[in-house]
Design a protein around this ligand. Structure first.
Ligand SMILES: Cc1cc2nc3c(=O)[nH]c(=O)nc-3n(C[C@H](O)[C@H](O)[C@H](O)COP(=O)(O)OP(=O)(O)OC[C@H]3O[C@@H](n4cnc5c(N)ncnc54)[C@H](O)[C@@H]3O)c2cc1C
Length: 511
């Protein structure tokens, strides 16, 4: 079908039609699950504003290799993303990172990221003594969090373990996933397992130690995700195997020790675009590219969406809707439908990042997967991934390095031209590595404006309230990184769960 088919969408009478708004991995996972639940006759339409599917997933040919310009890894410790890859026929293409240790760049030196921590918070202050003064402040004997309460990660760690642990360990870890401000990130949303433990512990280190302690019985398959959609973010930069100390967010993931040698992270040989394409194909959905959905109306029979170009809009009627777009367009769409849900979504801020990729013909890199940097070092580069070392399937014929720049509040960075960003990235990369770098044989800059949602304290409560308000309307569901977690695995879980809710209602009504 032509991406911009101008004809009105009229549909086939009697056939159930579901409109999925947003062709990122959330929308595609929802479409795929809807197909499984509703069968071959259902009409599933995916309306995507841009001219390609995938959203924050985009693989390009770079220096002759399939290199990711956005998300690069799947959390394999929870089942959803890997499960989807297998379900759409990519089981044989799942590959894992090399067993290389990640590093922290401190004072111009790359040092090992300490073991035994959760997102940089140590279970034992002694583990991080070489890097930060982590003596825990005296406690008052009361649990740190009251049931259901929330606070920022920054306030929690600074109060209990001090500035150095926050700045050198926790902030770089969280910057790797959210590019966020630790003082604005919700503990309950970004580390739900820790939040639950804080309801039982008066000491932060004890709560972390409890979570890191191996439990005698391995959880059954499917439980490894902690059933929490908020987890599942994979650091775009450092995804070591469990044998290495693991700075990537694994909150909610089963302890690596429970999984034997099973790696925590994975990707798809040939690029994550393959997951996008294969999911779309398996969903057998009608894909409409260049189709911005601008307005939603509830009708006595279902929903009406106004989409397409403003001068020549088209009307799409549907029995049900899955909204799988970022917070701001989602809020816009919901404003006339359910203002309370719209208000909850419009409060979600987003951070922007720029990624530089370099290919070098000859470059000796440390045997690591990459490094993170503390924000306080005043540099633009916040992390680097030695992609060709980290991912053996890329091969080392050329060294490919991805450098990430930009944290929340540094949006102006994206305004610099490509040459300036590449020059800055290259200069700082050389400083972190302590060597003058050769000229790259290929380079590219990718800007991701407003790409990473920031879950501030109370996020989960606001999302729950939005969903409750939407519950008054039939056959509409919200899903995706705006609400349920930034990681691809979390997005797949979110899309699938929206599809389940919609399919349950449709099937119940048809009985
Ligand atoms: C640089 C970067 C690196 C990352 N690295 C990782 C990683 O290594 N591992 C990991 O697990 N996660 C990573 N993430 C996070 C992850 O990629 C995203 O959170 C996830 O892909 C979001 O999927 P989504 O479908 O919810 O949203 P999106 O990917 O944002 O898709 C939403 C889609 O909706 C479309 N849209 C918006 N408005 C409308 C409208 N009105 N009508 C129709 N369509 C509309 C958009 O064009 C877009 O295609 C990374 C993110 C970034 C930015």
């Amino acid at each position: 079908m032509s991406p911009m088919t101008p004809a009105r969408v009229t549909g086939t009478p009697g056939r159930t039609r579901v409109l999925v708004v947003g062709g990122g991995i959330t929308g595609l996972a929802a479409a795929h699950r809807l197909r499984e639940r509703l069968g071959p006759d259902a009409e599933i339409i995916v309306a995507e504003q841009s001219m390609r599917l995938g959203g924050k997933i985009r693989t390009v040919d770079f220096a002759g290799r399939p290199v990711e310009t956005g998300a690069e890894s799947l959390l394999a410790a929870r089942p959803e993303a890997i499960g989807l890859a297998r379900a759409v026929g990519l089981g044989d293409a799942i590959v894992h990172p090399a067993n290389l240790k990640p590093a922290l760049s401190i004072g111009g030196r790359l040092v090992d990221f300490p073991a035994g921590h959760m997102m940089g918070i140590p279970g034992d202050p002694a583990d991080v003594a070489a890097l930060a003064d982590a003596k825990e402040r005296p406690d008052n004997g009361l649990p740190i969090l009251e049931p259901g309460a929330d606070m920022s990660v920054g306030a929690l760690v600074r109060e209990r373990l001090g500035d150095e642990v926050l700045d050198r360990l926790v902030a770089p870890m969280l910057a790797g996933v959210y590019a966020g401000d630790v003082d604005r990130l919700s503990v309950r949303a970004v580390m739900p397992q820790l939040a639950a433990a804080l309801e039982r512990h008066a000491r932060l280190t004890e709560a972390v130690a409890e979570i890191k302690r191996p439990t005698p019985v391995a959880p059954p398959a499917g439980v490894a995700s902690d059933a929490s959609p908020q987890t599942g973010a994979a650091s775009p930069h450092l995804n070591p195997t469990p044998a290495a100390s693991d700075p990537a967010p694994r909150d909610g993931a089963a302890s690596p020790r429970l999984q034997g040698a099973k790696p925590v992270f994975a990707t798809i040989d040939g690029g994550l675009n393959r997951l996008v394409t294969a999911t779309s194909a398996a969903a057998r959905a009608e894909i409409r590219l260049g189709m911005t959905v601008r307005e939603l109306r509830q009708t006595p029979y279902g929903w009406e969406a106004i989409a397409g170009p403003v001068p020549d809009p088209i009307k799409i009627t549907a029995d049900a809707l899955v909204i799988a777009v970022p917070a701001s367009p989602a809020a816009e769409l919901l404003r006339a439908v359910e203002p309370q849900a719209a208000a909850a979504l419009s409060g979600v801020a987003y951070a922007s990042v720029a990624l530089a990729a370099f290919a070098f013909d000859r470059l000796e890199l440390p045997e690591r997967s990459g490094f993170l940097t503390p924000a306080s070092d005043g540099k633009t580069v916040k992390a680097a991934t030695f992609a060709s070392q980290k991912w053996p399937h890329l091969g080392r014929r050329r060294q490919i390095v991805r450098v990430s720049m930009g944290r929340l509040g540094e949006e102006a960075l994206l305004q610099y031209d490509d040459a300036t960003l590449a020059k800055t990235a290259l200069r700082e990369l050389g400083e972190h590595l302590g060597q003058r770098l050769p000229d790259p044989v290929e380079q590219r800059i990718d800007r991701w404006g407003g790409a990473l949602p920031q879950y501030t304290p109370g996020h989960l409560t606001r999302v729950a309230a939005a969903r409750e308000a939407l519950g008054d309307h039939r056959r509409i569901a919200i899903a995706g990184a705006a609400v349920d977690g930034v990681g691809i695995a979390a997005c797949v879980a979110s899309g699938r769960s929206a599809a389940e809710a919609i399919a349950d209602q449709i099937l119940a009504d048809s009985r």
